[in-house]
Design a protein around this ligand. Structure first.
Ligand SMILES: Cc1cc2nc3c(=O)[nH]c(=O)nc-3n(C[C@H](O)[C@H](O)[C@H](O)COP(=O)(O)OP(=O)(O)OC[C@H]3O[C@@H](n4cnc5c(N)ncnc54)[C@H](O)[C@@H]3O)c2cc1C
Length: 396
């Protein structure tokens, strides 16, 4: 990758470059992508050239070597344009596939897959969810890989897979040991042009600028080195990247809520109403509070102290808050919110996109329950004690 446009010294300069990149090169295509079955490979080529996929990747591996705070700055720049689908497509590659390869890939796998992924010449999908379910993976995963003399044979079906219709390769979750529960699951690197791989693009209600697909694997022969890391460790690997993914999604979602409030407040009919202005002010305060929590969580992540509780709290809070705010804005705007492509000031793409927040990146109920379980195990109390300890304070 040469001269990525996002390589800058300070966060302010990075954010400004990200906003320029999005307004000049992504925003002009959004209506077309929303109306015509999703973004093209050009989006990935552009993002790769700019350095988006390499934000967390060390410079020696072709990246920018920056933290999640920079990744979040880019997502916020995209989210200002009601471009949930673009965010979803780029997030899957930047904040799930890249960290999985970076953390778990062998030197050879990084050479073959990570570098082209960072440059944007290769597109990735992460195939976990199945027609049988996506929340309780240990019990619902039926895709299987069985060992053969040459490597593995993969059979199964995945659905709702972001980027699948464009993907050059997929990271596929498969069961490799029936008796080992969570430790019987393995990620495989599967080229999309392998015999036995069939991809079908799905028509979606929201995130229309992203391409979503169903993928069938029929007796796909995989070499032994198609395993990511070691067999049996997929659920551990997934838990590690889920933190980054959920924080990144939450950042985009909250920015979307903020923009919705700002756009609604600017409409003359709304600006003239006391009651409407009071509602908008209340929502803005809630967004600000949620963003303060998110920024602190991202800072903890970049300092090596990111944890599942942060990610689950951020996802739970941002998804439900944004759905409430976007619906509320639509109510204040009235019928005009429901017409047009969004370019005219309507909320249609955003209204479609926020529905999917109930399940994208983990269903709201399961993420909430995971956060509650962590709190009950004492994670939140331990963190408060940690924060208070350096100054000699005591948790009350
Ligand atoms: C546009 C889009 C893009 C997606 N992209 C990807 C992708 O790239 N890769 C991928 O692998 N997946 C992807 N998904 C799938 C997504 O991750 C799953 O939808 C999500 O994990 C939930 O799984 P499920 O839909 O199978 O719901 P299920 O697990 O079948 O659950 C259905 C509903 O039941 C409820 N529920 C389930 N368990 C509980 C519980 N214990 N307590 C209370 N309620 C519960 C929840 O409300 C849940 O929404 C995508 C989905 C969409 C819509």
């Amino acid at each position: 990758m040469t001269n990525p446009s996002l390589r800058t010294d300070s966060m302010a300069a990075f954010s400004a470059s990200a906003r320029t990149l999005v307004s000049r090169h992504i925003a002009p295509h959004l209506t077309d992508w929303e109306m015509n079955a999703g973004a093209t490979r050009g989006l990935f080529a552009l993002a790769g050239r700019a350095g988006v996929f390499g934000v967390p990747v060390p410079v020696r591996d072709g990246g920018l070597g920056l933290g999640l705070a920079h990744g979040v700055a880019f997502i916020r720049a995209v989210s200002r344009y009601a471009a949930g689908g673009v965010c979803a497509s780029l997030c899957v590659q930047t904040h799930v596939a890249v960290p999985l390869l970076l953390g778990q890939g062998s030197a050879e796998q990084k050479r073959t897959w990570l570098r082209p992924m960072v440059s944007g010449s290769m597109i990735t999908a992460v195939a976990i969810t199945e027609p049988t379910g996506g929340s309780d993976l240990v019990n619902s995963t039926t895709t299987r890989a069985v060992p053969t003399a040459e490597g593995w044979l993969l059979d199964g079906e995945k659905t709702f897979i972001t980027n699948a219709p464009l993907a050059d390769f997929l990271l596929v979750l498969a069961r490799t040991d029936d008796g080992a529960g969570a430790l019987g699951m393995t990620f495989f690197l599967v080229p999309a042009d392998l015999p036995g791989v069939q991809v079908h693009q799905l028509e979606t209600t929201g995130l229309r600028s992203s391409r979503t697909g169903r993928v069938r694997f029929t007796r796909c022969p995989l070499p032994a080195d198609a395993v990511l890391g070691r067999p049996g460790l997929a659920m551990v690997q997934l838990a590690q990247v889920l933190v980054e993914e959920r924080l990144a999604i939450s950042a985009g979602v909250l920015e979307c809520a903020r923009c919705c409030v700002e756009r609604t407040a600017a409409l003359p009919a709304v600006a003239g109403s006391h009651r409407a202005r009071a509602e908008l002010a209340g929502w803005l305060v809630e967004v600000e509070a949620a963003e303060a929590f998110l920024d602190a969580a991202v800072e903890r992540f970049d300092n090596g102290k990111g944890d599942r509780l942060d990610a689950d709290l951020a996802k739970t809070m941002s998804a439900r808050l944004t759905q409430r705010i976007v619906n509320g804005c639509a109510r204040l705007i009235g019928p005009d919110a429901f017409i047009g492509s969004g370019a005219e000031g309507g909320l249609l793409p955003t209204l479609r996109d926020v529905r999917v927040l109930s399940v994208f990146g983990g269903s709201c109920e399961t993420v909430r329950d995971s956060a509650a379980a962590e709190i009950l195990r004492g994670a939140a109390a331990r963190r408060r004690a940690d924060v208070l300890a350096p100054t000699g304070g005591r948790p009350v």
